[in-house]
Design a protein around this ligand. Structure first.
Ligand code: GLN
Length: 228
């Protein structure tokens, strides 16, 4: 049997950082979200017994490298740097970074205006990486996007740099008050399912993801979480 067609382990362990609504979060003690539904659909398609493991976001790549999980789905942006350490599936979601400020803020309107400002981010994210490139900015790192947004509401930072769909969901669906999104999307990013480098299950995941997309199940899950 060639390496690429190894029998997948049972359970098939999938890491996620479950404080990132609407992609992955806890509701009444249950794991839920777009990524969770998508991964369950992929698992069904590929005949995998998926076992989600809740890990800190900055612990996901180390867990993949240590092979204590078979895969991860966690709103993770496909980047060239990460792709040196791990493998990614085909992209499954288009996102990007946005700036959030308090509603009464009239001075921060775009990326340029963040120079010298206090910015909160989630640790280990593309938002954290972009924020640390801003000249003179003071960047505070938090374990979750929700904690970073709370810091903004509390007035201890001037802005949050975070994935736009997550910030918008917090404002529009989760009732976060006193915060608005300003400016253009800072980056265009694509989420991928992450696997250990050269995982024998990459093909399996990609094929199953393809069938979930082509069969219309992807669209149904998308509408459920983002639909009008
Ligand atoms: N998409 C961002 C990243 O990959 C944030 C992901 C997250 O916080 N779950 O860095």
């Amino acid at each position: 049997i060639p390496a690429f067609s190894q029998t997948p382990p049972n359970p098939f362990r999938v890491a996620t950082e479950a404080t990132f609504p609407p992609f992955e979060f806890q509701q009444g003690g249950q794991l839920t979200g777009f990524d969770i539904d998508l991964m369950r659909a992929i698992g069904k398609e590929a005949d995998l017994n998926i076992d989600f493991r809740n890990l800190p976001f900055d612990g996901i790549i180390p867990a993949l490298q240590a092979r204590t999980v078979e895969a991860a789905i966690s709103g993770m942006t496909i980047t060239a740097e990460r792709a040196q350490a791990i493998s990614f599936s085909r992209p499954y979601f288009k996102a990007g970074l946005a700036i959030a400020v308090r509603e009464d803020n009239q001075t921060i309107k775009n990326f340029e205006d963040l120079k010298g400002k206090r910015i909160a981010v989630q640790i280990g994210t593309t938002g954290a990486l972009e924020a640390t490139k801003i000249p003179g900015a003071t960047v505070s790192q938090f374990d979750s996007a929700a904690l970073a947004l709370q810091e903004l509401i509390n007035g201890r930072v001037d802005a949050v740099v975070n994935d736009k769909p997550v910030t918008l969901y917090a404002i529009k669906q989760a009732g976060l008050r006193g915060v608005k999104v300003v400016g253009e999307l800072l980056t265009e990013e694509f989420y991928g399912i992450a696997l250990p480098k050269n995982s024998p299950y990459l093909q399996l995941i990609n094929d199953a993801l393809g069938r979930v997309i082509e069969s219309g199940r992807y669209d149904a899950i998308f509408r459920q979480w983002f639909g009008e």
